[in-house]
Write a protein that binds this ligand. Structure first.
Ligand code: MLT
Length: 407
C-alpha cells in the first residue's frame, strides 16, 4: 500500500482555528438563540475600501471584453502592483527594495508556510513561543522535527516569550539557520524596537542565518519610531525575507492578496559550499507551483496605494485600533494585565490558569470567543488573545458582557 508522509502524524489533530471553530459550533448547537461575538480568529468584518471596490469592478469589466481580457498573468505579480508596493511600502521608509524583489501571492499564511521548502531538511530552526502555528506545523510536516513531547517538538530551538522579556525573545544560545520573527507580533501584539531588530539582523549575519520576518500587521503600528519593515535595518537585505499582507490592512482576508520580499542579495549555500541566490530559488518555486493572483484582485490591491485608497485604509486601521483601545481598557479595568493592542490589533491578556478553560468559561458565560494562549505554544499558557477585528457594536457588547460576567 502507498505510504503516507508520517511526519503529518506528529501534528496535533487539528489546526488551532479549526479546533476553536468546532468548539464554537458545538456551543451554538446547544444555545442556538445566543448571539456569539467572535474575537478569536483575526478575521476582518468591514467592507473593502471603496477605492479597491471601484478598481475591482473596473478590472472585472475588462475581463468581460476580448480586447482587454487577461489570461495567465506573471506568476510573480503584475508590474503595476509590484511597482506600487516598492514605491509606497518601502521607498518612503528608506528601505532599499525594488519591484522585482517582490512576489505577489494569495496570502502570507501560504508564503510563511511554503518558504521552508527551499531550505535544507536539516536546517536548524528557531521559532518563538508563543507563535502563529503555521511556522511550526509546516516544519513538522517537512520532517524538521522529532516527536511532540511535553508540549514541544524535539529538534526545534524555541525562543521563549514571557512577561519578563515582554514577549520579545532573546537571541538563541545555539547557532541556528532559520529564524522566524513576527512584529507586531501575532499572537501577543508585542512590537520590536529598531535596536532590538538590529541585534537580530547582526546575529543572523554573524551566524550566516536567515530571518523570516512576518510583518503582516505593520499597518497597525502607530508609534513612528518602530520599524515597519526589517529592511529599514542596516544589513537586512543580506539576511532577511519579509512577508506582508493586504488581509488585515485593507480587508482582503476573503479576497486574498499578499506579497513576499526576497532581496536579490540574499544567498545561501549547498552542502559543498557553493552559494546560491534565494531569490532565484523562490522565483523558481513560485513559477512552478503558483499561477498568480487574479488580475482584478491585483488591481484592487493596487488601489490601496491611490490617494483615496490610502485615506480609506487608514480609516479602516483606525477603526480597528479604536476597538483595540476599548478591549485593552476594559480588560485592564477588570484587573487583567495586557500586552499589545497599542500598535497591534491583538490584545494578549494575562488570565492566569488554564487558557482553554478560560476560553470555555468565557464562551459559556458570555458567548464571546477568544483564542486560548496555549494554542500558540507552551509559553502562551495563562494568556488569551482577543482580536480587535469586529464591529464597534460587537466589541462594545462583548466588553459589556465580560464586565457583567467577570467583574
Ligand atoms: C489569526 O487569527 O491568527 C490569523 O487571522 C490567522 C491568519 O492570518 O491566518
Amino acid at each position: 500500500m502507498i505510504r503516507i508522509n508520517e511526519h503529518y502524524l506528529k501534528l496535533k489533530a487539528s489546526y488551532l482555528f479549526a479546533d476553536i471553530a468546532k468548539r464554537v459550533a458545538a456551543y451554538q448547537q446547544g444555545k442556538p438563540n445566543r448571539p456569539i461575538i467572535r474575537l478569536g480568529i483575526g478575521d476582518v468584518t468591514r467592507a473593502l475600501p471603496e477605492a479597491c471596490i471601484t478598481a475591482f469592478h473596473r478590472a472585472v469589466d475588462e475581463m468581460a471584453v476580448d480586447q482587454s481580457f487577461r489570461g495567465y498573468g506573471p506568476e510573480q505579480g503584475y508590474d503595476f502592483l509590484r511597482q506600487a508596493i516598492a514605491e509606497n511600502d518601502f521607498k518612503p521608509r528608506g528601505a532599499d527594495i525594488s519591484a522585482d524583489e517582490i512576489f505577489v501571492s494569495d496570502g502570507a499564511k501560504c508564503d510563511t508556510g511554503n518558504i521552508q521548502e527551499i531550505f535544507d531538511v536539516n536546517a536548524r530552526i528557531a521559532i518563538p513561543d508563543p507563535v502563529y502555528p503555521v511556522y511550526l506545523d509546516t516544519n513538522v510536516m517537512a520532517g524538521r522535527t522529532g516527536s511532540y513531547r511535553g508540549g514541544r517538538y524535539e529538534g526545534i530551538v524555541y525562543l521563549d516569550g514571557n512577561r519578563d522579556n515582554g514577549f520579545i525573545p532573546s537571541l538563541p544560545d545555539a547557532s541556528v539557520d532559520l529564524i522566524y520573527l513576527c512584529f507586531p507580533n501575532n499572537p501577543t501584539g508585542a512590537t520590536i524596537t529598531r535596536q532590538k531588530l538590529q541585534d537580530w539582523v547582526d546575529y543572523a549575519a554573524a551566524n550566516k542565518a536567515i530571518i523570516l520576518y512576518d510583518a503582516a500587521y505593520e499597518a497597525f503600528i502607530r508609534d513612528d519610531d518602530l520599524p515597519r519593515s526589517i529592511y529599514e535595518i542596516k544589513g537586512a537585505r543580506e539576511v532577511a525575507i519579509e512577508f506582508r499582507s493586504f488581509s488585515k490592512t485593507a480587508g482582503f482576508t476573503g479576497t486574498r492578496c499578499a506579497y513576499t520580499v526576497v532581496p536579490t542579495s540574499l544567498m545561501a549555500a549547498t552542502a559543498s559550499g557553493d552559494t546560491h541566490s534565494i531569490h532565484n530559488l523562490w522565483s523558481r518555486r513560485h513559477s512552478t507551483k503558483f499561477n498568480g493572483v487574479s488580475y482584478p484582485v491585483q488591481r484592487a490591491a493596487e488601489a490601496v496605494y491611490s490617494d483615496a485608497g490610502k485615506v480609506q485604509v487608514s480609516e479602516l486601521v483606525d477603526y480597528y485600533m479604536a476597538n483595540a483601545d476599548l478591549i485593552r481598557m476594559a480588560m485592564q479595568d477588570l484587573g487583567y494585565d495586557c500586552i499589545g493592542g497599542k500598535n497591534s490589533p491583538y490584545i494578549w491578556v494575562a488570565t492566569g490558569g488554564d487558557s482553554w478553560n478560560f476560553f470555555d468559561q468565557l464562551l459559556e458565560k458570555t458567548g464571546v470567543v477568544c483564542t486560548p494562549g496555549a494554542g500558540f505554544g507552551a509559553c502562551g499558557e495563562g494568556f488569551v488573545r482577543i482580536s480587535a477585528f469586529n464591529s464597534r457594536e460587537n466589541v462594545t457588547e462583548a466588553m459589556d458582557r465580560m464586565r457583567r460576567a467577570l467583574a
